[in-house]
Design a protein around this ligand. Structure first.
Ligand code: FAD
Length: 820
């Protein structure tokens, strides 16, 4: 006798189960219920239809009820919601769109109802211009709103996969987009460090990314929708997209008494059977086994839903087919970048108590000499005990998907880093390098496991006590001048062997270069000469990406004003000259390659000539700005497309940037001792001015000066009684400072602030932010913190920490030191 199978849900898991059932059993009666009007549609493509990337709406539906019936002889019933299951009678109740209901019996039932977008219970969440995106009708609603209401601004709440895809597609329509995210980084499954690679890129597109802030409510103020965040930030928005996650749509399963977990996901066994052996469940509605940990998890992804649909059908047809678990392989197009992940992230490795290590590598997508090579950043996690590959996160442009898939396969096969290093992957210059990025990541891990190298990480730097360790920058003097880590000493890799006697052997040596390769070579030399040496994994590039967050130039800043003045000056001069333009291809070169190439080219040019450079090193766009400022050349244009940066530089009047014997003493050193408002303003104006002139500035905050770096809100930290009293008596943050003269119980300070506002001068708070954005290093004196009982958490984000040695090291490289 032929069996009768009912399927609830007609998209990823449901449609796959139906098609597979038919392929295995030509005689079965298969009925698929879908409460919406569409089946088997491309959920994953929906954002791209809104952004006009997919232009034809027909393309969103892979099958219609008619084509599906024709091909698979499945009775597809759209507009039919299954509202109840009678497990004893083995029948379901179906509610049709016109309100009528009927019962349908089954031998086997497959549930694939998916997951619904989570909508927080806040004021304004159901306003007509607030949308979620799950289905084809949702897509049409958003698209229609964009076409009719022509929104100029949008807020996307939630920076997960769907949030970022929506931000990109709304931005493509010319809408000003802000993304709000409660966590400290975008794309939750990624680790903070790897997500930082994406943050700068999102912001570089002109999309505002607000992290660490949760949505409070959505208000209408004077007819304008305003998204209000928990810290009272108000963001006007004509359109709001809620993309803060999904939850399993399992009320039907719950009412039927099927076993659910605490989250509401349906519990299934490896055959996809629920607690009722006649009912199977698949897709976003179920609890899966996390392949990486073996523990139950909620991992709503299309690939697994499809696989589970197939497995359920296999078992219904008597085939032994088992689901091995979901490993969380996922990929995202984030504007021009690609971000892919597989396996465990670092948070999971920590939670599992695994003795893991991580390494960061930075490799070209293909041979650097072949045109169009772009870079990718790989974070590899592996078990230090047995070498097993645990997980990977990759960001970059071309070829990220391929590398992540290779590592995903390695994880499925329980490979070790040694086995991954042995993988023989396809190579020809247009596609890869003879040492593929996957092999490179494995080599670095191998070196660590064999103790050929020892690593330290970006988050270890702030803990280094520079009195007890040596921090060496092994890059070139040019790179060093463009920015380094506070307290580092310049020791180019090629000088190490001849300058070994300058390094104190009694102290451990912490080494860094741009991406880790020169640092590794330096460490090898040092360890073979009896030093204890550690190499910064991911190098200065990663550190800078995380800490500097690649400041996006803001208008109305000193830097901008000076640049514009300079530009005007030069353009006038160059008008009188006959300038020629040369093209320079620096693609595939890593820092300092592109800068050195530009340097050589500009040296050979005449004043007013222009060089148009293409490069793929992401640091180049920032480095060239600093380089131009320092050398008196003018950056005319800078753009980026699909990982290729094109910058145009006009040769200016050469400037003498080096004015001390060592050739790198053009920094500014400002010691801020005073806690007076007027002195604080003066010190930040000087610092911003110097930064705008391309100088590296370090401000060292000690004694009363440190108070202006305190966060204005109370931060819960552990303190003893004296520390508490100190904290209470001292001003909390820049807004609480008084004037050194004529303070008049705070009236003077208020007057000064009022006058500055009236005259359009930035407030002290804006000057501080500006300084941080302009790369000024704000260093809090750790000794003062200790005396006054101030904890790191109480100070502004991006503040660095150091002692007198780091200040003195900076002073030695400075041509100006101020004590304010
Ligand atoms: P769904 O595909 O959601 O199908 C469930 C269906 O069941 C729905 O159509 C629903 O109407 C119907 N239904 C529910 N209850 C009933 C009922 N009682 N009676 C009748 N019908 C019912 N995943 C990726 O891996 N990569 C991506 O790039 C990606 N992009 C995405 C983009 C968007 C905008 C969205 C919304 C999802 C994306 N996903 C992506 C997730 C992926 O689409 C889901 O993991 C997958 O569709 C889950 O399949 P499913 O069958 O469990 O649920």
């Amino acid at each position: 006798m032929s069996q009768k199978v009912l399927i609830v849900g007609g998209v990823a898991g449901g449609a796959t189960a139906a098609a597979r059932l038919r392929r295995l059993d030509e005689n079965a009666t298969i009925i698929m219920f879908e409460k919406g009007d569409y089946i088997s549609y491309a959920n994953c493509g929906l954002p791209y239809y809104i952004g006009d990337v997919i232009k034809d709406k027909e393309k969103l539906t892979l099958q219609t009820p008619q084509t599906f019936h024709q091909r698979f002889q499945v009775d597809v019933r759209i507009g039919s919601e299954v509202t109840a299951i009678d497990r004893v009678a083995k029948s379901v109740t179906v509610k049709v769109k016109d309100g009528t209901t009927y019962d349908e019996s089954y031998d086997k039932l497959v549930l694939s109802p998916g997951a619904e977008p989570f909508v927080p219970n806040v004021e304004g969440a159901s306003n007509p211009n607030v949308f979620t995106l799950r289905s084809v009708p949702d897509t049409f609603r958003i698209k229609n709103f964009c076409q009719v209401a022509k929104p100029k601004s949008a807020v996307v709440v939630g920076a997960g996969y769907i949030g970022i895809e929506m931000a990109e597609n709304l931005h493509a329509l010319g809408i000003q987009v802000s993304i709000v995210e409660m966590a400290d980084h975008a794309v939750g499954p990624f680790d903070f460090d790897m997500a930082c690679e994406l943050h700068g890129h999102i912001q570089s597109k002109g999309v505002e990314l607000i992290l660490n802030k949760a949505l409070r409510d959505i208000k209408i103020i004077n007819g304008q929708t305003v998204v209000v965040l928990e810290d009272s930030t108000h963001i006007p928005a004509d359109l709001v997209i809620m993309s803060i996650g999904v939850r399993p749509e399992t009320s039907l399963a719950k009412t039927a008494g099927l076993a659910l977990n605490a989250r509401g996901s349906i519990i299934v066994d490896e055959y996809m059977r629920t607690s009722d052996p006649n009912i199977y469940a698949v897709g976003d509605a179920i609890e899966v086994k996390d392949f990486n940990t073996g523990k139950p998890a909620f991992l709503p992804l299309a690939g697994p839903a499809n696989k589970q649909g197939r497995i359920a059908a296999d078992n219904i047809c008597g085939r032994d087919s088992r689901y091995q678990g979901t490993q969380g392989s996922a990929i995202l197009k984030c504007f021009d970048m690609t971000a892919a992940i597989t396996g465990m992230n670092e948070r999971q490795a920590i939670a599992e108590g695994i003795n893991y290590e991580k390494s960061f590598t930075f490799s070209g997508s293909h041979a650097s000499y072949f045109p169009g090579s772009t870079f990718m950043s790989i974070k590899l996690l592996y078990n230090k005990d047995d070498g097993k590959v645990l997980g990977a996160q990759i960001t970059g442009y071309d070829g990220v998907d391929k590398r992540c898939d290779v590592i995903a396969t390695a994880i499925r096969a329980s490979m070790t880093v040694n086995q991954m290093a042995d993988l023989e992957l396809c190579y020809a210059p247009p596609f890869s390098a003879a040492k593929d990025p996957v092999n490179m990541a494995a080599y670095v891990a191998q070196n660590l496991l064999t103790k050929d190298s020892a690593l330290f990480h970006w988050h270890d730097i702030e803990k280094l006590d520079l009195d007890k360790v040596t921090l060496l920058d092994t890059r070139t003097a040019e790179e060093f001048k463009n920015g380094t880590i506070s307290g580092a000493v310049l020791f180019p890799v090629d000088e190490i062997r001849t300058r070994l006697d300058e390094i104190d052997k009694s102290k451990p040596v912490y080494v860094f270069c741009r991406i880790g390769l020169r640092g590794y070579v330096t460490c090898r030399i040092l360890t073979q000469h009896g030093f204890t040496a550690y190499n910064l994994s991911g190098g200065y590039r990663l550190w800078e990406t995380i800490f500097a967050q690649r400041p996006v130039p803001k208008s109305n800043t000193f830097a901008q004003a000076i640049k514009e003045e300079h530009l005007q000056d030069l353009s006038e001069k160059s008008l009188a000259m006959e300038s020629k333009t040369i093209q320079l291809d620096a693609c595939g070169l890593q820092c300092p390659g592109p800068i050195l190439k530009v340097y050589a080219a500009v040296n050979a040019m005449s004043e007013g000539d222009i060089v148009e450079v293409t490069a793929t090193d992401p640091a180049f766009a920032v480095d060239i700005q600093a380089w131009c400022k320092r050398t008196g050349n003018v950056l005319l244009d800078s753009k980026q497309n699909a990982g290729i940066f094109t910058v145009t530089v006009q040769k200016g009047t050469p400037q003498d940037a080096t004015n001390c014997a060592s050739g790198h003493c053009d920094k500014k050193n400002i010691i801020v001792f005073s806690g007076d408002l007027d002195k604080a303003i003066a010190s930040f104006i000087i610092a911003n001015g110097a930064a705008a002139m391309g100088r590296k500035v370090q401000m060292f905050f000690t004694f009363w000066g440190i108070n202006m770096l305190r966060k204005s809100t109370h931060v819960k930290v552990k303190k003893n009684l004296i520390e508490k009293m100190f904290g209470f008596m001292m001003p909390r943050g820049s807004k609480k400072l008084s004037l050194s003269k004529m303070n008049m119980a705070g009236m003077g300070a208020a007057m000064i602030r009022g006058i500055m506002k009236h005259k359009n001068i930035d407030s002290l708070e804006s000057l501080i932010t500006l300084a941080l954005d302009n790369g000024v290093e704000l260093v809090a004196c750790t000794m003062t913190m200790d005396i006054m009982g101030i904890k790191k958490e109480e100070l502004l984000d991006r503040v660095q920490f150091g002692g007198v040695a780091s200040m003195l090291a900076n002073a030695e490289e400075s041509d100006m030191s101020l004590f304010i």
